[in-house]
Design a protein around this ligand. Sequence first.
Ligand code: ZN
Length: 254
Amino acid sequence: MNRTVAQNGALVLFSGGQDSATCLAWALERYSRVETLGFDYGQRHRIELDCRAGLRENLRDNFPQWSGRLGEDHLVDLSVLGAISDTAMTREIAIEADAQGLPNTFVPGRNLMFLTFAAAIAYRRGLQVIVGGMCETDFSGYPDCRDDTIKALQVALNLGMDRRFLLATPLMWIDKADTWRLAQDLGGDALVDLIRAGTHTCYLGERGTLHDWGYGCGNCPACVLRRRGYQAYLAGQSVAELMAADGADVGGGA
Ligand code: ZN
């Protein structure tokens, strides 16, 4: 790979999950200075935050082309978000969909708040690009993952802070199989293996068994999405093709 490296810096929303780890590699490939940002908001799968330091260390030690670009890490306490939300992401209640089909893992305002805090930190650190793993393709019904939401917020943040931030969402239009392919393209098998075993996705925080697609309970919506994505990636298919072959409902389970 021989990509032109932009001189402007990037701040990556880095939770310790598959998507944000892929976004971090994407940013390291493109920008000369990359900082990371995580939020502790009382999430049930808080274990993902514990993955962050190990992932950063591994990227720095095993990917020499990126090690000089990886800068500071920021962890922000947003426990107030958990305190004002009543969702399956922040409470020990069953994960289910409401009457409109919106899963109760949706935390209202979460991404809006994340990106606003990210912009405040990017402002202070002189970073122009803010990278997030929001994705409209694997539609979970989260309205704050929509491309239009992100674009509207970019306009609002730039007006409100008098800056020219760019909110970059490299996963917006690709599915979970292509997210694995993107990792492969960026860092080869070493990056795929690191993301497979070093990231956390399971909503329930289950980390007992390492499956071929990673750690997790295997049954929660996040695990199902991740498992299907990995299977489709191995099969050289899209997630929709894999599910059509299985006769499963493409829109279900996530
Ligand atoms: Zn799970």
